[in-house]
Design a protein around this ligand. Structure first.
Ligand code: PGA
Length: 246
């Protein structure tokens, strides 16, 4: 089955290194049957759009604001982004923790991204403290219901969800495939209770957190893991190509 592999470059790469990445990456993934989405920093989107023209590689942004225009210095509008990419990561744990984005803000961003025909990749994930208290499901359930508030069925059917346990991001500590599958099954079940089983089965649920070539296959072989959101290992063309070709 086709998987979705998303590269989250975060605040990395220069124009030169990103162009070098593209040159190396394109031939390496030309036979991949998966959906590949690269999310570079904003200023690299036009160059990457040019690089990936006539390839199957898609682009995404790492964030978008919840207004289309106005006096919001430093923010980026989803109405502008849609000319450069089809996807946008929303509610990444770094946005939530470093930039104080609440579920309410995440919800507003999702709704406006959808209005602009961007596909939101909505991130959820618990901290180590929450997991150790055995409260992960309760926490994720609340993140889901608040972040996805007021989304109707046609809207929810367009989103992608990424489960990224905070304790696994950039730490080298991956959730085991079984641990990730268990949580993905919980998310799928939550969606099916809230909407319908049919709809829940259509929504891709990605795993993120120290995904790399060595663990990609076993994570992707789990029933409810439809793809990966990759940070560190997506910066290198050869490493990410190995994941993208899984
Ligand atoms: P990582 O990051 O792969 O470097 O752990 C994943 C993410 O934050 O999306």
């Amino acid at each position: 089955m086709q998987k979705i592999l998303v590269a989250n470059w975060k605040m990395n790469h220069s124009l030169k290194s990103a162009n070098d990445f593209a040159k190396k990456f394109i031939p390496l993934v030309k036979d991949s049957r998966n959906k590949i989405i690269i999310c570079p920093p904003f200023p690299l989107l036009p160059a990457m759009k040019e690089n990936f023209f006539r390839t199957a590689i898609l682009l995404g942004a790492q964030n978008a604001y919840f207004e289309n225009s106005g006096a919001f210095t430093g923010e980026t509008s989803p109405a502008l982004l849609k000319d450069f990419c089809a996807h946008v990561i929303i509610g990444h744990s770094e946005r939530r923790n470093i930039f104080s984005e609440t579920d309410e803000i995440v919800n507003k961003k999702i709704l406006l991204a959808l209005e602009n025909n961007l596909i939101p990749i909505v991130c959820i994930g618990e901290s180590l403290e929450v997991r150790e208290k055995n409260s992960a499901e309760k926490f994720l359930g609340s993140q889901l219901s608040n972040s996805l508030k007021n989304l109707n069925e046609p809207q929810i059917s367009k989103i992608i969800i990424a489960y990224e346990p905070i304790w696994a991001i950039g730490t080298g500590k991956t959730a085991s495939p079984q641990q990730a599958q268990e949580t993905h099954a919980f998310v799928r079940n939550w969606l099916s209770k809230k909407y319908s089983l049919q709809l829940a089965q259509k929504i891709p649920i990605l795993y993120g957190g120290s995904a790399k070539p060595e663990n990609a296959k076993s994570l992707l072989s789990q029933k409810d893991i439809d793809g990966l959101l990759v940070g560190g290992a997506s910066l290198d063309a050869e490493l990410f190509a190995k994941i993208a070709n899984c």
